[in-house]
Design a protein around this ligand. Structure first.
Ligand code: AHR
Length: 634
């Protein structure tokens, strides 16, 4: 491998090269995942399905019909969230109908029924919020218990006089756990006869990321921080953003403002309900775009449903909802605090505009419906007129032909394929057109899938590393890349494989995750000219350098051996500035394992991970490296 490190032969790679694609609701990535709400259908009591508009699942009743009855009523104080729970307690602590010990009421088992529910840890504090109303005095016990209610882990009481709660009243409690149980539940019980209405019951650990008691699961955010994403594409791909049917598409306006006022919606592609606690604002701010230091890439619906069950006629796309909604969303993110939607953002505590520079018009719908071209152009021109500097991403692939519509970026996806195919696609952009007006490429979804991948194999990760090396070499054209999907809750695996695997209390990265971590330094690094002197279909290398300010070191990193034989590689580095950065050592980083199909697991989370092996002092300009079969070495 000849590496030319002289300045003339190198060029900077885009600052945004490596980012993440966060599809909010697939695999319970958001609800029951990164969003640390422990209560499922958190008390809006309005979770619906495709055919049932409203239900209280998975809330269940404690007590039999002689002691308690439960029903829903449209009597909540929240206008966009009208359903409340009415609980009539028929028993009492004395008299003829004595309540069972522990009282009667309701419980919420979290997201996974009796299999895996809410994770409660000894010594940790939990914030519970609920809204309550009653014509009489109440004594309501709020507790976190084991999955069958037999062991109380934490408990507190809401005691109030009838005048306190004759109107809807918000109650907030802090519960400290005296025990640990990853399979626990939240109970609301009483042994006092009367009627109680409940609404909007939320429970979150106090140690949510940055914002106490309301926000993201810290351990999962830490994993994102480790891969240093430069952008975050959200809230989804076609499936979440567009919906099978447009009526089930993500609507940003219903995902902002106080959480109690968010109606939630049913995602009809991945088939589950989300309360939209993680909404447009949270993506732009808390823990995600701003806290990760990642630029937001906002994907919105352009009037086409993903499975193309329905579409909106171009002539009505503006007055209907989509186009105006899109323009308003940009104003919400970047408008002046005095503007109509900028003021809503300011009222949510963020007067400074967010740094929204990119929007994607739809997903996977290029030319798929009659109204697509008309809709695309209406969106494109309306956005450019209102926000000339916003960069627009089309989801038509421009790598093999020049596009017939204006755009700043084209989205090259979906690359979900076998390992050999993805590895060979490392050359995909070598010959892509560089003529005509500059249009950048965004490789927004890729992964090895199928039998090569299992639920996340080394083989898959190596092919992805090879593909990414190819993208680095073509980063004069490719400006952004993101692996997909990012998260999977093992209790609801709708898509396989994924980068980060978790349950209610554990998490690990698949080998693909470790590859992402490895490439974290590439964004903004310098690409050096490098040539492999052998003809190989299983070896690929790029040479990049970057300065680690803290360690005052300049790194050069190199290659993947996808083949089943070991390779001895001699590396010649020319043109290093001898005064500044002579190669003085070699740190070898490898991703390898005994078997190419090895995977990580909760039991063995780092079976396949990056290993930092050794440091050779004074290695000089020429280096010999042994590349193990099926390995990624640097
Ligand atoms: O990443 C999973 C799905 O793949 C996305 O929802 C969609 O954009 C693509 O088809």
């Amino acid at each position: 491998l000849i590496v030319d490190a002289s300045q003339g032969a190198s060029r900077p790679m885009p600052e945004t090269l490596f980012g993440i694609f966060f599809e909010q609701e697939i695999n319970h990535a958001g609800a029951g995942g990164l969003w640390d709400e422990l209560v499922s259908n958190r008390g809006g009591f309005e979770a619906g399905g495709p055919n049932t508009p409203s239900n209280i699942d998975p809330w269940s009743i404690i007590g039999d019909e002689s002691s308690v009855t439960v029903s829903t009523e449209r009597s909540s104080c929240f206008e966009r969230n009208k359903v409340a729970l009415r609980m009539e307690v028929l028993c009492d602590s004395r008299g003829a109908n004595i309540c069972p010990s522990g009282g009667v009421g309701v419980y919420n088992p979290g997201f996974w029924g009796i299999f895996l529910c809410q994770n409660i840890e000894q010594g940790k504090k939990y914030k519970v919020v609920l809204y309550v109303r009653s014509p009489g005095a109440i004594d309501l016990s709020v507790s976190l218990t084991s999955s069958n209610g037999s062991r109380t882990l934490a408990s507190s009481n809401v005691i109030a006089s009838s005048s306190d709660v004759s109107n809807w009243t918000k109650k907030e409690l802090l519960l400290e756990a005296k025990g640990t149980d990853p399979h626990s539940r939240l109970q609301l019980t009483t042994a006092r006869k009367g009627v109680i209405w409940l609404d909007q019951v939320s429970a979150m650990p106090l140690d949510t990321y940055k914002v106490q008691g309301h926000g993201f699961r810290s351990d999962l955010v830490e994993m994102l921080l480790d891969i240093k994403p430069r952008f975050i594409r959200f809230p989804g791909g076609g499936c979440f953003v567009e919906g099978e049917w447009l009526r089930n598409a993500f609507r940003w306006k219903e995902s902002i403002g106080p959480w109690e006022e968010r109606p939630g919606h049913f995602g009809d592609v991945w088939n589950y309900w989300t309360d939209d606690g993680l909404g447009y604002f949270e993506f732009l701010q808390v823990g995600l775009a701003e806290d990760l230091g990642a630029l937001p890439i906002w994907v919105f619906n352009n009037g086409i449903g993903i499975s193309h069950n329905d579409q909106v006629d171009t002539s009505t796309v503006l007055p209907f909802v989509q186009l105006q909604e899109a323009l308003d969303s940009i104003e919400f993110a970047r408008g002046d605090p005095d503007s109509r939607w900028g003021s809503v953002r300011a009222a949510m505590g963020h007067p400074e505009p967010f740094d929204l520079r990119f929007v994607a018009l739809g997903n996977e719908d290029c030319w798929k419906k009659n109204y697509w071209p008309g809709n695309y152009l209406r969106f494109y021109y309306a956005i450019k007129r209102a926000f000339p500097d916003i960069k627009i991403i089309s989801n038509c692939d421009g790598s093999s032909r020049q596009l017939d519509h204006p755009t700043d970026y084209y989205d090259f996806h979906v690359v979900y394929t076998s390992s050999s195919n993805l590895f060979s696609m490392s050359h995909k952009f070598d010959h892509a057109s560089r003529n005509g007006p500059k249009v950048w490429a965004f490789v927004s979804e890729y992964a090895v899938t199928g039998k090569d991948a299992g639920t996340g194999s080394l083989l898959a990760a190596l092919a992805e590393a090879g593909f990414l090396i190819g993208l680095e070499k073509n980063s004069d054209l490719v400006e952004m890349t993101s692996y997909a999907p990012l998260f999977v809750n093992v209790n609801d695996r709708r898509w396989n494989p994924d980068a980060i695997v978790f349950d209610s209390y554990r998490q690990y990265g698949t080998p693909s995750y470790w590859v992402q971590q490895f490439f974290a330094e590439s964004s903004g690094a310098t690409l050096l000219n490098s040539t492999l002197q052998i003809d190989s279909t299983s070896l690929i290398a790029s040479a990049i350098s970057w300065q680690d300010e803290k360690a005052d070191k300049k790194y050069i990193r190199i290659n993947v051996n996808f083949g089943s034989n070991a390779v001895t590689l001699r590396i010649y580095v020319d043109g290093m500035d001898p005064n500044v950065a002579r190669l003085s050592g070699l740190t070898e980083t490898v991703l390898r394992s005994d078997n190419v199909m090895d995977e990580n697991s909760f039991e063995n989370p780092e079976k396949v991970r990056l290993l930092f092996l050794f440091l050779l002092e004074n290695a000089g300009e020429d280096i010999e490296v042994e590349l193990s079969p099926h390995s990624f070495t640097s």
